[in-house]
Design a protein around this ligand. Structure first.
Ligand code: ZN
Length: 480
């Protein structure tokens, strides 16, 4: 779709109608659209490029920490899913099944993977024999199906893309260390690449992954002050090893069950970036993942067209050589002012305006998406100058997100204050007795949940609901 009129570019007000704003930016910026199958999405090139930039950084980080990629089939025999009781209970309602193949009804239904622990642990039983086979540090990039009841593009779609790590270890300590290594890796990724601060911590028993002993998560604040779970890392204990009889011979010659972890992030991260940084003008992408970091808008008339476009392409070549993702907007039928707004809506961090007068002065004009500042820059040394500005933008975006989160995160010490805060929006740091009754009370009264139990908030107090002892504050918020 080429946006060609003002009305097509109109987006809802982010402050008064956030859900509509979200739909508008996803659609009008050409990130994704709904598919013929309800709840599934077609990711368009601009949206896919954003995901690819994330994949590249994450994949390198997994490999640097000793992991290898492999690939398991998308279809899992139904009987596998039944083997771990909590797991099947958690996932069965969301499963999609294949019942026929080659024109015949299958003897056993196949589940389109909602996550791959079962097929992987069934296989690990054959791959692991002795302590010498451990650890297995594997990851796969794959598509997943979960029949979500209320699908939303990128946030909850029935099919989505993700990576899932599945590791096997000889000791509890090693598996726990792996779980923490990964959740810390996710935290750094979201902070340093997506420019968003997160709370990191354990999940309560109610919010834990079905089949895990402990789940650790990172939680970011979106612009409507709701939380989004951006990544999870699960310590599986020996649950899946016991369900699939995965044992190994230790150095003393005894058989022991293997310890496991699993962890993942998904195309939800695209939704996270959109809702974490967007504003009234539309999207705003951190330079490190922006599909286009610098857009060059040439300004010309018929008689100056060749000169300006020629210079724009020369410049683009220099910027590419400096590692910048750059695009020249050559759409002849559109006015420059329209293009400026269009690229602002689409979240491009820097815009370069280049006209014949600029060329005479050997300069260009650079506008920043985040601050709105516009200033002339000499063309000599422009690539270095833009690399520096992109770095500064990345930093400024993180700082803005941190300021926003701090302004909307409050310590609350009474249940009335917690309810009021959840009503108005934001993160509430409150004491909790670790009882699921109190957790449910909050959920029923406010729809907010315990997003995580961060270690850094330790320090005794009294549960805001029942007044019993609490070992530390937890993060309450409404969440996606
Ligand atoms: Zn309580």
């Amino acid at each position: 779709m080429v946006v060609s009129s003002e009305s097509e570019r109109f987006i809802a007000d982010i402050n008064t109608d956030f859900p509509e704003w979200y739909q508008d930016v996803v659609r009008k910026a050409d990130l994704a659209e709904s598919s013929p199958v309800a709840g599934c999405m077609t990711i368009k090139p601009y949206g896919y490029a954003l995901w690819e930039n994330m994949v590249r950084v994450l994949d390198d980080a997994f490999k640097e920490t000793g992991h290898e990629n492999l690939y398991f089939p998308a279809l899992i025999p139904e009987s596998y899913l039944q083997k771990e009781a909590d797991h099947v209970e958690g996932f069965a309602p969301e499963c999609a099944y294949v019942t026929h193949g080659g024109g015949k009804e299958l003897e056993e239904r196949l589940v389109f993977r909602p996550t791959s622990e079962t097929i992987i642990w069934q296989t690990y039983a054959r791959w692991i024999e002795s302590y010498r086979d451990l650890p297995l540090l594997y990851n796969q990039w794959a598509n997943i199906m979960r029949w979500e009841r209320r699908p939303r593009l990128f946030l909850r779609t029935r099919e989505f893309l993700w990576q899932e790590g599945h590791t096997a270890h000889g000791t509890r300590e090693e598996a726990m260390e792996e779980t923490m290594t990964i959740v810390n890796l996710y935290r750094s990724f979201v902070r340093d690449v997506l420019a968003l601060p997160v709370f990191m911590g354990r999940k309560s028993e109610m919010e834990r992954f079905a089949g895990a002993v402990e789940t650790f998560a990172i939680e970011a604040m979106m612009k409507d002050r709701k939380a989004i779970q951006a990544g999870t890392s699960h310590f599986l204990g020996q649950n899946f090893a016991k369900a699939f009889d995965v044992t190994f011979q230790n150095e003393k010659g005894e058989r022991e069950y293997v310890w496991g972890t699993s962890w993942g992030v998904s195309t939800r991260l695209v939704g996270t970036v959109i809702m974490g940084h967007g504003d009234e003008k539309g999207l705003s992408f951190p330079p490190k993942v922006a599909p286009i970091q610098v857009v060059i808008v040439p300004i010309y008339r018929d008689d100056t067209r060749d000169r300006v476009l020629g210079a724009a392409h020369e410049l683009a070549k220099d910027l590419k050589a400096a590692g910048i993702r750059v695009k020249v907007d050559e759409r002849d039928q559109l006015k420059p002012g329209f293009k400026f707004n269009d690229w602002e809506m689409r979240g491009v961090p820097l815009r370069m305006e280049l006209g014949p007068k600029d060329l005479d002065k050997e300069q260009c004009v650079v506008a920043e998406r985040v601050s709105g500042a516009k200033s002339p820059l000499p063309l000599a040394g422009i690539a270095d100058a833009l690399v520096a500005r992109l770095a500064a933008t990345q930093k400024a975006m993180y700082e803005a997100a941190e300021t926003f989160r701090e302004a909307n995160t409050k310590e609350v010490d009474s249940y009335d204050d917690l309810k009021a805060l959840m009503d108005e929006g934001g993160f509430g740091l409150a004491h909790w007795c670790e009882g699921s009754t109190c957790e449910l009370t909050v959920k029923n009264d406010t729809t907010a949940t315990i997003r995580c139990i961060p270690e850094e908030l330790e320090g005794a107090g009294k549960c805001v609901v029942c007044g019993a002892d609490s070992p530390g504050r937890v993060v309450f918020a409404k969440a996606y």
